[in-house]
Design a protein around this ligand. Structure first.
Ligand SMILES: N[C@@H](CCC[C@H](N)C(=O)O)C(=O)O
Length: 272
């Protein structure tokens, strides 16, 4: 079996396998199903490297492109923590200048990132605040706010994060509202402009953090706090996740900025 390079990284413990494939010559010839199978093998936490998803690092014309897949091999439009880890990798390899904004293509369009020491910020773009529907886990049901951050989110305010239970299965949700599945966030208030969340991610299960999820949670919390978007002036919330802390700012220009740490922790080769 031919070997290929990989890296492993995480942003607040939302962890990813990175696959450098700048000109598409390493993985680009695989069919969609073959690539999905490779992603499942890499993300397997016992027989593989382990990860919540895979970031294929592609150079598309003169721009970097994040080809993201969830651990089950499915595609998503965006990954807020993944793209910050992606840029950490580009910086460490000397492939981009960290003193300038870094544009990265995604299936949700081009995102711009900025690097400040340990912290990397991604401009997630304009949030879309939609209606409410029900989400449920065994023994509990809530009304959840639909927030689109390029990918779909259902945000439920709960009395206790324990009420979400084991999250071994995807929470029940309204399939008409979310025909392509949904990421479900469970949120509690900690203080003014400070919340904590757990998440069940579409295609990955419960994860220790979700960047677009933190963005959706912040926007839902701000709306519940009376902010009529876009806010008159920038408003920032602290969002605690099981794997650390993120800061989310909703700007007066109607952009959602996600800031937090992002690290690469391993490099190697594999034939998975
Ligand atoms: N962990 C990610 C989101 C990854 C995609 C998500 N599971 C989906 O299918 O939309 C993040 O940090 O945003």
């Amino acid at each position: 079996m031919p070997e290929y390079a990989f890296l492993k990284g995480h942003g607040t413990e939302n962890d990813f396998v990175l696959l450098p494939d700048h000109d598409g010559s390493v993985h680009g010839d695989l069919s969609d199903e073959q690539m999905a199978e490779r992603v499942r093998a890499l993300c397997d936490r016992r027989a593989g490297i382990g990860g919540d998803g895979v970031l294929r690092v592609v150079r598309d014309d003169d721009q970097w492109f994040m080809d993201y897949r969830n651990a089950d091999g499915s595609l998503s439009e965006m990954c807020g923590n993944g793209i910050r880890v992606f840029v950490r990798h580009l910086v460490e390899e000397g492939l981009v200048d960290p003193s300038r904004p870094v544009p990265v293509g995604t299936r949700d369009g081009v995102k711009t990132l900025t690097v400040e020491g340990d912290l990397i910020t991604v401009d997630l773009g304009e949030p879309t605040v939609l209606g409410e529907s029900k989400v449920a886990v065994p023994g509990h049901a809530w009304v959840a706010r639909h927030v689109d951050m390029g990918n779909p989110h259902a945000v439920a305010f709960v009395d206790s994060l324990d009420d979400a239970g084991t999250l071994l299965e995807a929470p029940d949700h309204d399939e008409a509202t979310y025909p392509h599945g949904v990421n479900v966030e469970f949120v509690v208030r900690r203080a003014e402009r400070h919340v904590a969340m757990r998440v069940h991610e579409r295609g990955s299960g419960e994860t220790r953090s979700c960047g677009t999820g933190a963005g959706a949670v912040m926007v839902a919390a701000a709306v519940a706090d009376g902010v009529v978007g876009p806010p008159a002036e920038d408003v920032a919330y602290r969002v605690d996740v099981p794997g650390g802390t993120l800061t989310v700012t909703w700007t007066a220009e109607d952009r959602v900025l996600l800031t937090g740490p992002a690290v690469v922790v391993a490099r190697g080769t594999t034939d998975l």
